[in-house]
Design a protein around this ligand. Structure first.
Ligand SMILES: Nc1ncnc2c1ncn2[C@@H]1O[C@H](COP(=O)(O)OP(=O)(O)O)[C@@H](O)[C@H]1O
Ligand SMILES: [Mg+2]
Length: 495
């Protein structure tokens, strides 16, 4: 060697950071920091001014930072000692999350026994260099002392983003409202999913709202509820979930293998996109979900018939060569040995990974078979709520060339005033007696009301509309149902 030169990173090094962040993954990273700071409550607030979205706050009541702490926090790669439960790890999260979404980030914090402090960083590398603005103490104090509507015992942190890239550049109320509701739904789903274990433990509650600065109004609050991707009530197959264990040196790697019940409508199963998309490996680190399926990471490949299979893997303590998370904490990278390790895993009863996948596939195929065996029915038509029609279609094969069955309410003439229904086979209408409507009316008003009653009648009466003429048995059945239903309606009406 012939001496040494100092090579500080170029300020533009920051620009490549967090390229893979979306608004929701970035916010998740900020909430991770709040959780690490032991906050019991976190508030995410959109700021609206003159109709436009201007900024965003993440406010927590965690333990806050001192002047020294906040300088470390604003430093790229500024690390601290991490505890065994801590979600932080690279010392880049706050900066990467912020600069992937906003031009300016301001951090205000108040720790016990310290004065309130504030720092501001700008994303523009030409202006930024490696210097950071110091926020006046009075301003930091005033912001931290606002009524944020979360329990406050004198410590906490605010992260504020200004000039957020993804916000619509319009004050058109419709578009702004639409953006807010769409983003909030996405954020709530994402946080509810990645933090579901932490939320379920009651460690932290997370809320979202919108403040209109000109009107001095804060809109209604939404809470982030846990979405457990393994939250079925009954497994798809007995004896599942099973823990398949593999040895990696001295380490045990546990694959907790689940089989969902088929065709579930639970939001925990239908995580946004199509049913097939969320099979695969779910990696957790310190109770935080890093990857919500979508891939088998070489252990298998995604396929329709594997849609009921989801596997939980906790990566704590595993070497990065085997599994490593990306800086955005939104994905893991597995090493070359990973797939082999999984293939070698086995449960107490001898079940191996391939057996598990076969079980999941068989369960899926069996559920399809049942649907195929069912006789096609005349589709439901007007009078049924759209989501009810979809559900029926999903469960029962349809004779789509047939005129659908309509359900309508009508006043019945004197002679039939006590009848519950009337069958019009020509126009395929099942007329329901308007007189009993108040009894049946549950759920939404209007033509698509009484979904429960209508589905019962549909399942019961569909046969009355098939065939050229009504057979003896059909006629007998219809009379029987008419009698029983009319009596039931009268009883309910107190007649
Ligand atoms: N909300 C917060 N409350 C208290 N300290 C925080 C908060 N956000 C960030 N910090 C501090 O800033 C440091 C850097 O945060 P970050 O860039 O996300 O990296 P990491 O979380 O990987 O440490 C954290 O280690 C923590 O000490
Ligand atoms: Mg962090």
């Amino acid at each position: 060697m012939d001496g040494a030169v100092e090579l500080p990173p170029d300020p533009r090094a920051l620009d490549g950071l967090g390229r893979n962040h979306s608004l929701r993954t970035a916010l998740a990273d900020l909430v991770d920091n709040s959780i690490d700071a032991e906050a019991s409550h976190v508030l995410i607030r959109f700021i609206r001014k003159e109709g436009r979205l201007r900024g965003l706050y993440v406010v927590d009541n965690g333990k806050g930072m001192s002047a020294r702490g906040i300088d470390v926090a604003m430093t790229l790669g500024g690390r601290r000692e991490y505890g065994a439960k801590d979600l932080g790890s690279f010392g880049v999260g706050l900066k990467a999350a912020s600069f992937s979404n906003a031009k300016l980030v301001t951090v205000l914090s108040w720790a016990a026994g310290h004065a309130p402090v504030g720092r501001r960083l700008e994303a523009d590398p030409n202006k930024r260099g490696f210097h950071c603005d110091v926020v006046a103490e009075a301003f930091a104090k005033a912001e931290l002392s606002r009524r944020w509507g979360i329990p406050w015992s004198g410590t906490g942190t605010i992260v504020r983003w200004d000039e957020v890239f993804g916000f619509p550049a319009t004050d058109d109320p419709l578009r702004v409202e639409e953006f807010i509701s769409r983003s909030m739904t996405e954020i709530i789903k994402h946080l509810g999913l990645v933090l579901h274990r932490i939320i379920d433990l009651g460690r932290t509650e997370i809320f979202l709202d919108v403040e209109d600065v000109d009107q001095g109004l804060v809109g209604p609050r939404s809470r982030v509820d846990a979405i457990n991707p393994f939250g079925y009530t009954k497994p798809g197959k007995a004896e599942y979930p099973k823990s398949l264990i593999a040895q990696h040196g001295d380490l045990s790697v546990v694959f907790r293998c689940h089989i969902w019940p088929p065709r579930s409508r639970m939001p925990e199963f239908n995580l946004g996109t199509g049913a097939d998309k969320h099979q695969g490996l779910y990696f957790y680190r310190r109770g935080r979900l890093l990857q919500a399926g979508g891939s088998w990471d070489g252990v298998s490949v995604p396929a329709r018939e594997r849609q009921l299979a989801r596997v939980e893997v906790d990566i704590d303590g595993l070497p990065p060569a085997l599994v490593a998370m990306n800086p955005e904490k939104s994905r893991v990278q597995v090493g070359p040995d990973f797939a082999q390790l999984a293939a070698a895993a086995a449960a107490d009863d001898g079940t191996a990974f391939v057996d598990y996948l076969t079980d999941a596939e068989e369960r899926f195929r069996a559920s399809r078979k049942r649907q195929r065996a069912r006789k096609a029915m005349i589709p439901p038509g007007r009078g049924f709520a759209p989501q009810l029609k979809r559900a029926i279609r999903y469960e029962i094969p349809m004779q789509d060339h047939q005129t659908p069955i309509t359900m309508r309410w009508a006043r019945f003439d004197r002679a039939h005033k006590d009848d519950f229904f009337r069958v019009d086979r020509v126009d395929r209408v099942l007329w329901l007696n308007e007189r009993f409507r108040p009894l049946a009316k549950t759920g939404r008003r209007g033509a698509n009301d009484a979904a429960l009653l209508k589905s019962l009648l549909y399942l019961l009466m569909e046969q009355a509309f098939t065939g050229e003429y009504l057979g003896v048995r059909d006629r007998d059945n219809i009379e029987l149902w008419q009698e029983v239903l009319s009596m039931a309606a009268k009883v309910d009406a107190g007649e």
